[in-house]
Ligand binder design. Structure first.
Ligand SMILES: [Zn+2]
Length: 193
């Protein structure tokens, strides 16, 4: 089992939970670098212009001057396997946006969110390095056992926001996570289908 190295990088973007934790939602960052993603997720006053060079033009959300809705996650996992803790697990982080699963709509209230550093579709779907996936598996295992999260509720952002979100993307090794006992394979069907 990979030894988890967790570093604190507190984000101001969280509030109180309104539900018990019973889901785990995995994301990719979709930016040029882990450093940029970490800065954005902990930025007290995020604005699009601050990050214009970190996302290709076709993947930007609007004019540079525009404020961005603040975003966060509980953890960010770097490509080398370092894990940053942004928000305490007992607080609600802001990672899922408009989303739903199995009748639940406030996904942030009931989930732990993990951002995985990867350029994603905006950067040609780069592979996820081994060291990173080992750390993701170790972190997921720890979260799942402590909160007793059912494996059917270990989901991708694209599962809870289909049509709007594509992360963590088709290169994410769900089968490897399933083989390690922290996800199910095959994946659950698109809930909109
Ligand atoms: Zn996402």
């Amino acid at each position: 089992m990979t030894e988890l190295v967790i570093l604190d990088a507190p984000s101001p973007h969280f509030d109180a939970r309104g539900a018990a934790v019973d889901m785990l939602v995995l994301h990719y960052t979709g930016m040029r670098s882990g450093a940029a993603a970490l800065k954005k997720l902990t930025d007290p006053k995020p604005r699009l212009g601050t990050y214009r060079d970190d996302v290709p033009p076709a993947f930007r959300d609007g004019p540079d001057e525009q404020p961005m809705p603040p975003a966060s996650a509980h953890y960010l996992v770097e490509e080398d396997g370092r894990v940053f803790r942004l928000v305490p697990e007992n607080k609600r982080a802001w990672h899922a946006g408009a989303a739903s699963w199995d009748g639940a709509v406030d996904i942030n209230a009931r989930s732990i969110g993990i951002e995985i550093v990867n350029g994603g579709h905006a950067f040609g779907l780069p592979p996820y390095p081994d060291a990173q996936i080992e750390a993701v598996i170790a972190l997921c295992g720890s979260v799942i056992s402590r909160w007793r999260i059912p494996l059917m509720r270990v989901l991708g952002h694209s599962d809870v926001a289909p049509g709007r979100k594509q992360d963590p993307g088709e290169h994410f090794p769900w089968k490897r996570l399933a083989d390690a006992g922290v996800a199910v394979w095959p994946r659950p069907q698109d809930p909109a289908a």
